[in-house]
Design a protein around this ligand. Structure first.
Ligand SMILES: N[C@@H](CCC(=O)N[C@@H](CS)C(=O)NCC(=O)O)C(=O)O
Length: 379
């Protein structure tokens, strides 16, 4: 049975799903949205324009990289691609949110704030994904129009000339910590990729490791991180670069010490924004009911918002549209954390204490969300 992944090389969330499909070893064919069948047959089933989409011979068309993984996991038990020990499971889900949501504005910053320096590359990428056939010149021209739309997302993500420096300063710390981690470990939690690795591939692959400007930065500052982005797209799990390492998660539900340094950055940089997103969501949800689409105007959107948020970030005031998807993804990790048996709770609490994560896990999310019919709704 061959799956069809509707996606593209330059798409953020396609990078997450593709690496999962490769590591899982399921047969799939990648097709681009430029294929006329996508608009004619697939999109009407999704309900709005978005990639990646997974199509199977026997299941409806599915959207959301995470929902797709959740659907495939019980169908393909082997190889195991997420730990089942409590602390690692919560940390894995946290990194899924970090890569899928927290780092996304940074990825978009490095793509669009440096558009002039990488225009030809981006035109070719958007062109191959969106425009079938055509001469090279026509394809580039047509790609430009689509690129203008995506470049216009920056203000809603909090990316302005005034905030760019703060974003970049913080990212350099991440590059350094991730580089150090991947020198010693093939994946986030040891010798086997977890859900968190796939989430991190969202922001760290298509944009930050492929677009010329951020790719140069990553190669120059964090070559071990760059190598991880390559490793994540190889079908094998053990990597001979780490002799004798094995192919299992770190023993006894432990978290590699070098990952604690990355966790400290997660909590340092994400707590202010996530707290603002949670407050905004809680306020919005207080006047809604189960089944409502999570979106300020009730419309289906790929990245819905429920208001504006502002908060301090590395010396500047960050202002952006709220991100309920980020809240939804963090909630999953928080739910795993709450469900841990006592001994694991104590170990997790100690980890949060060492890395500055207590405030994040104390956030109260007032209502549950779930994806239904390819959009986020109140459960
Ligand atoms: N939560 C979704 C997000 C998908 C998404 O944002 N896809 C982008 C391309 S990578 C897209 O289609 N954007 C179109 C838009 O925002 O209008 C997922 O994980 O699949």
């Amino acid at each position: 049975m061959t799956y069809i992944m509707w996606g593209s090389a330059h798409s953020l969330y396609s990078g997450k799903l593709r690496s999962y499909l490769i590591k899982k070893g399921v047969p799939y064919q990648e097709r681009n949205p430029s294929d006329p069948e996508f608009a004619a047959r697939v999109l009407p089933q999704v309900g709005h324009m978005v990639i990646p989409v997974l199509e199977t011979p026997d299941v409806d068309v599915l959207q959301d990289s995470g929902d797709i993984i959740d659907t495939l996991e019980p169908r393909h038990a082997s190889p195991i691609l997420d730990p089942d020990t409590p602390v690692q499971k919560a940390v894995s889900a946290l990194f899924d949110g970090v890569g899928s949501e927290y780092l996304m504005p940074l990825a978009m910053h490095y793509r669009w704030s440096y558009r002039a320096e990488q225009e030809t590359f981006l035109q070719a990428e958007f062109g191959r994904a969106m425009v079938a056939g055509q001469s090279r010149e026509t394809r580039r021209e047509m790609a430009k129009a689509v690129m203008d739309i995506f470049a216009g997302f920056l203000p809603n993500l909090g990316v302005f000339p005034e905030t760019a420096q703060a974003l970049e300063t913080s990212y350099l710390d991440w590059l350094d910590a991730l580089d150090s981690h991947f020198q010693h470990h093939p994946y986030l939690l040891g010798g086997r990729p977890c859900r968190g690795d796939f989430g991190m591939m969202a922001s760290l692959y298509a944009h930050l490791a492929r677009d010329p400007v951020p790719a140069s930065l990553m190669k120059a500052k964090a070559p071990n991180l760059f190598r991880w982005t390559e490793r994540m797209n190889l079908a094998v799990i053990p990597d001979g670069e780490y002799p004798g390492y094995g192919d299992d998660y770190a023993p006894d539900d432990s978290i590699p010490e070098s990952l604690e340094a990355v966790l400290s950055l997660v909590f340092r940089d994400w707590v202010p924004g996530l707290s603002a997103d949670v407050a905004c969501f809680n306020h919005w949800a207080s006047a809604r009911s189960a089944g409502d689409i999570v979106s300020i105007d009730g419309r289906r959107r790929v990245h819905p918002g429920v208001g504006e948020v502002s908060y301090p970030f590395h010396g500047v005031e960050m202002k952006r549209g709220s991100a309920p998807h980020a809240v939804w993804m963090f909630a999953r990790s928080q739910e795993f954390a709450k469900a841990m048996p006592d001994a694991a709770q104590a170990r997790f609490a100690a980890l949060l204490g060492r890395t500055g994560g207590v405030d994040m896990y104390n956030l109260t999310i007032a209502a549950r969300m779930e994806r239904r019919n390819n959009v986020l709704v109140l459960a």
